[in-house]
Write a new protein. Structure first.
Length: 269
C-alpha cells in the first residue's frame, strides 16, 4: 500500500478550475508516487512518457498537446484515481507554436560550475554548453536562471558568443539572457559556447538553480566551496531533496541525464 500525502485544502477547486500544472502537482503529491514510479506504472500500461516530460507538465513549462501525450494524460488520470477527463479539461485550446526558443539550436550537453565564497554566498558561475544546429542560420540561444529577489547578476560571454538582450522578471525572480553566436554553425554541426555570471558582493539565496524549458541530454552542475557548508542537497522538480557529500577538494556535484525543469543545489553554511 503506497503512502498518501495529505489532501490539499483546495484540491477539488484545482481539479475543476485549474490551472493544469497546479492540479497535476497536487494530484501527484497526493498519490505519494515519485515521477519515476509513475513513468514505470504507465509503461506497464503501454504508455510511454519520460520523467523530464512529466516534470515539465507539472511545472507549466510544457503541456500535453499531441495525440500520444493526450493518451498518456488519460492513463495518468486513471493511475492517479481522478475523474476521467478532469485534467484534460483544464488544458484549454492549443497554444500557438513558433515562439520561444529558436528551434534551430539544440543543447547536447551543459556544464555549470558555481563558486561559493567563504561566507556561503554564490559569487560566480561559469557555464559551458555544446549546441548543435538543426537548421541554417541558427545563432541565438536563450538561457534562464532562477535568482534571488532583487539580485541581478552580470552576464559575461567568454567563448564563441556575445550577450544580447537580458530580461529580469522581478515577479518570478527569473533572469533570461540571450546569447548570440559569433557564427551560425552549419546544419548538423556543433559549437561550444562558454559564458559566465558574477553576483553582487552581498548575501544572496544559498542555492543555484538552472531552469530547462527543454530536456538536455547531459547536465553537470558543480559547486565549489571556499569553506565547506554544514549541509548540501540536490534540487530537482518532482523529486525530494537529496543530501550531497563533498569530495576531497570541497566540491559537490549533480549529474543528470535528460535534465528538465529546475535542477540545482542548495547549501546551508
Amino acid at each position: 500500500m503506497r503512502p498518501v500525502a495529505a489532501r490539499p485544502a483546495d484540491f477539488d477547486r484545482l481539479l475543476t478550475q485549474g490551472p493544469f500544472p497546479a492540479a497535476l502537482r497536487a494530484a501527484i503529491g497526493q498519490s505519494g508516487l515519485s515521477l519515476d514510479r509513475i513513468r514505470h506504472r504507465l509503461a506497464r500500461r503501454g504508455l510511454t512518457v519520460s520523467v523530464p516530460t512529466l516534470s515539465l507538465w507539472q511545472s507549466g513549462r510544457r503541456r500535453p498537446e499531441r495525440a500520444e501525450s493526450l493518451r498518456v494524460l488519460a492513463g495518468l488520470e486513471q493511475l492517479l484515481e481522478l475523474p476521467s477527463g478532469s485534467l484534460g479539461a483544464l488544458l484549454g485550446p492549443p497554444r500557438p507554436r513558433g515562439h520561444g526558443r529558436p528551434a534551430g539550436l539544440v543543447a547536447l550537453s551543459q556544464h555549470d560550475q558555481a563558486d561559493i565564497d567563504e561566507r556561503g554566498n554564490l559569487a560566480a558561475v561559469r557555464a559551458r554548453v555544446v549546441l548543435r544546429a538543426g537548421e541554417a542560420g541558427a545563432e541565438r540561444w536563450p538561457v534562464r536562471w532562477d535568482v534571488s529577489p532583487g539580485v541581478t547578476p552580470k552576464i559575461v560571454a567568454d567563448r564563441n558568443c556575445r550577450v544580447g538582450s537580458v530580461e529580469h522578471d522581478l515577479d518570478r525572480s527569473r533572469l533570461t539572457a540571450e546569447l548570440v553566436l559569433d557564427a551560425a554553425p552549419a546544419v548538423g554541426e556543433s559549437v561550444i559556447v562558454e559564458y559566465g555570471a558574477t553576483f553582487p558582493d552581498r548575501p544572496v539565496a544559498r542555492e543555484f538553480v538552472r531552469v530547462f524549458d527543454h530536456p538536455v541530454r547531459d547536465y553537470l552542475l558543480e559547486a565549489r566551496f571556499a569553506e565547506l557548508p554544514a549541509r548540501c542537497v540536490r534540487l530537482h522538480d518532482g523529486d525530494p531533496a537529496r543530501e550531497l557529500l563533498p569530495d576531497s577538494g570541497g566540491t559537490v556535484h549533480v549529474a543528470e541525464a535528460d535534465a528538465a525543469g529546475r535542477v540545482g543545489i542548495r547549501w546551508e553554511p
